[in-house]
Design a protein around this ligand. Structure first.
Ligand SMILES: Cc1cc2nc3c(=O)[nH]c(=O)nc-3n(C[C@H](O)[C@H](O)[C@H](O)COP(=O)(O)OP(=O)(O)OC[C@H]3O[C@@H](n4cnc5c(N)ncnc54)[C@H](O)[C@@H]3O)c2cc1C
Length: 496
């Protein structure tokens, strides 16, 4: 197999991957492999912003306190302190790369989100992730020490003498290729595509979790899956996020009979915390056997809707919905994975030579629940730490590796198995879980994995390998959920 050596290998081109690449490029040659277009990522989809205590009345201590409260006692306190103390400098670094954040006079304009006791959300309108990704991609493309391969799907990590020494990838137009490096960063993002409804783009297929599991790396906290309460339920625009701010502005949740059902669940009604609203919507849908509930904004002034929610207003208009006249069909959707590949403060995983950062990693900062807008921050802070820590790594002189070929099935079979997995995860491993449902999910996933392995070999194709990765990672979510005996943060089992 064709092979190439670099100093650093980065898998993924979201915020974590590109932060590492730009920092590591100061110490050697960096190769970035990304499976789609460079900016296909959760990073590009991020709307709200990035949290940092940069306001006058704010401090890292307050940011720390808010993060620990959200994490419900399961955060790693050292990791949280490291995160919040490095936040202001991270914002400055992004600005130095050309990221344009909204300003108020001479200062950054700071938004407020649920769980934050101060205004500390640095943003670019409602397209913060897009703007950050734009600036990072431009900086990476200009850097002579960074080589970027698009449509390069990593299929396997390479292990030699217990150390991760690289990865193999299938590159569109080039075929299979092997890359070796003295340090490898996993920055493959989320795993939302294991559910029927997710806000994550189609690249979020848990590849990094499966690659790490395959190598024997420690993966943890996978049961803590964050669901966003209100995403559009519509075949033409799946997973489109209807921001919390719409409820903040006075939007009401109604069931199919028109009843404001939040009265039955929480005195804070539509403004209860995200996980409470998501659980209430799920309960209401199950109670009535409906596919969605509705967000009603018809009582709000049309010019306010247009002025405050231009993107949402336009998107809905494209599918014939008018916010001032129509109820918006919504469902909760998977949004963020708090768990992942376990790392220390330097982004080191349990396998020497392998680092992880961003959504694929479990650094300990989120504990049982993520504080809004801490994830972009986590990606940048821990990827920078990993780049610093990896600069003295060396590749063993003799690093012979042998890899078994990956097993592909047909795309048609892959689609069938993936749909079955998504149904299982949505029915049994969603917002409200039960002992029976989790047991059933484990059985179903195991039988889907058996079926995958017993299907005849087909020529290389990305979709089946992603499906296999989703199955492996989903199994890890289910087994973690079975082991968790108490209800805490995002994990809720109605039998406990
Ligand atoms: C709709 C939405 C809104 C959000 N809003 C916010 C917000 O306001 N604030 C906030 O802090 N967070 C927000 N988040 C979460 C945040 O965007 C993500 O957690 C963060 O961007 C993750 O960055 P990352 O670099 O880890 O992964 P990503 O940005 O997802 O990048 C992963 C990269 O890995 C590549 N990849 C994956 N598998 C492979 C493979 N096998 N081979 C090669 N390449 C691969 C992908 O193509 C992609 O380039 C939001 C998320 C979504 C979906």
């Amino acid at each position: 197999m064709n092979s190439e050596q670099f100093d650093f290998l980065v898998i993924g081109s979201g915020l974590a991957g590109l932060t590492f690449a730009l920092r590591a490029a100061e110490h050697g040659r960096v190769c970035v492999l990304t499976k789609g277009e460079v900016s296909d990522s959760n990073t590009s989809a991020a709307q709200g912003g990035i949290a940092a205590a940069v306001g006058e009345a704010d401090s890292w201590e307050l940011h720390e306190q808010d993060t620990l409260i959200a994490g419900a006692g399961l955060c790693d306190e050292e990791a949280v302190r490291f995160l919040v103390q490095n936040a202001p400098e991270s914002i400055q670094w992004l600005i130095s790369l050309g990221a344009r954040f909204d300003v108020a006079g001479d200062d950054l304009a700071l938004g407020r989100e649920g769980g934050h006791s101060r205004n500390r959300i640095v943003h670019h309108a409602d397209k913060t992730g897009w703007e950050i990704e734009r600036a990072m991609v431009a900086a990476a493309k200009k850097n002579p020490n960074i080589v970027l391969f698009r449509h390069a799907f990593v299929t396997k990590l390479l292990l030699s003498q217990g150390r991760c020494v690289g990865a193999s990838a299938e590159i569109e137009g080039l075929g299979p290729k092997r890359f070796t490096a003295r340090a490898v960063l996993l920055s493959t993002g989320g795993c939302g595509r294991m559910y029927q409804h997710t806000t994550n783009p189609k690249v979020a297929t848990a590849d990094g979790i499966a690659l790490a599991l395959d190598l024997g790396a420690k993966v943890e906290n996978m049961e803590f899956m964050q669901f966003h309460p209100t995403t559009l339920f519509h075949p033409q625009m799946r997973s489109f996020l209807i921001s919390e701010a719409v409820r903040g502005a006075g939007g009401n949740l109604r069931n199919h009979l028109g009843r404001r059902f939040m009265y039955d669940y929480d005195p804070r009604l539509e403004l209860a915390p995200r996980d409470v609203v998501a659980r209430a919507i799920e309960a209401e849908m199950k109670k009535h056997g409906t596919w969605c509930v509705y967000l009603d904004t018809t009582h709000l002034p049309p010019d306010r809707l247009l002025h405050e929610f231009p993107t949402i207003y336009d998107k809905l208009k494209q599918i014939g919905l008018e916010m001032e006249k129509d109820w918006i069909p919504v469902v909760p959707a998977q949004h963020y994975s708090c768990g992942g590949v376990s790392t220390d403060l330097d982004g080191k995983t349990s396998i020497p030579g392998l680092y992880a950062a961003g959504e694929v990693a479990s650094t300990g900062v989120h504990g049982a629940n993520r504080l809004a807008s801490n994830s972009l921050l986590e990606a940048i802070v821990f990827a920078a730490a990993a780049a610093e820590a990896s600069k003295h790594d060396t590749l063993p002189d003799k690093h012979g590796v042998s890899t078994l070929p990956v097993h592909c099935i047909t795309e048609a079979e892959s689609v069938r198995l993936r749909r079955a997995l998504q149904r299982t995860m949505t029915n049994h491993v969603g917002i409200v879980r039960t002992d029976g449902g989790l047991g059933l999910a484990l059985q179903e996933i195991d039988s889907l994995l058996d079926e995958y392995r017993s299907l005849p070999e087909s020529p290389y194709s990305q979709h089946p390998l992603e499906t296999h990765n989703l199955l492996l990672a989903a199994r890890s979510v289910v087994t973690s959920a079975i082991q968790r005996r108490e209800n805490i943060g995002l994990h809720f089992n109605s039998d406990h």
